[in-house]
Design a protein around this ligand. Structure first.
Ligand code: PNS
Length: 176
């Protein structure tokens, strides 16, 4: 039985990976409602538009009744208050994630002490997985099979076909 708590799972989800999905799956069994909240106006240039990211998230979570997909801008704690959420959920993969997550959790608590950050750990199969690595490996011809939902793999192929060469050039320039 899940507790009557709304949890916000925020992020860029560019694109959603099986690691994100694993966290959502675990969280939906603990919390009564999980809102996956996509940050609008990312500082970095995303590969997928907000609309595309939302569509993929909706499709891969549609069978989970207590999971909702939404967008937010501005402060995460303000959005959480607006949604009457008392938990901010973040996935921790390795110690390298910890410094940044620790800072964010404490800053969010300083701004809104009534909201608790809860860290969850994905299955070890996904402990090295990130959206950035998926995009890099895929853009350079590697396989991401099993690391992202099949739908996302299809969308990556489509995206690379339409903007692939420029995206690849960009990534390679950044690696230099
Ligand atoms: O998946 P990401 O990119 O690591 O997610 C980062 C995110 C969206 C959780 C973070 O950037 C965020 O909360 N942004 C909203 C603005 C905000 O509240 N900033 C203060 C955080 S202490």
């Amino acid at each position: 039985m899940s507790v009557q708590v709304t949890a916000i799972y925020p992020g860029s989800f560019d694109p959603i990976t099986n690691g994100h999905l694993d966290i959502i799956d675990r969280a939906r069994n603990i919390f009564s409602r999980v809102i996956v909240a996509v940050l609008l106006n990312l500082g970095k240039e995303p590969l997928f538009t907000t609309k595309e990211r939302i569509r993929m998230l909706k499709q891969v979570t549609s069978h989970w009744k207590n999971v909702q997909i939404d967008t937010f801008e501005g402060l995460l704690v303000d959005y959480a208050m607006q949604k009457k959420a008392t938990v901010i959920l973040r996935g921790i993969r390795a110690m390298t994630d910890f410094d940044y997550e620790f800072q964010m959790a404490l800053m969010n608590r300083r701004m809104q002490p009534s909201i608790e950050t809860v860290f969850m750990v994905p299955a070890e199969t996904y402990s090295y997985l990130s959206s950035s690595l998926v995009k890099e490996v895929f853009s350079l011809g590697g396989t991401v099979n099993g690391l992202v939902p099949a739908l996302v793999e299809k969308e990556l192929k489509r995206k690379m076909r339409s903007s692939g060469s420029s995206y690849r050039r960009d990534r390679q320039r950044k690696q230099l």
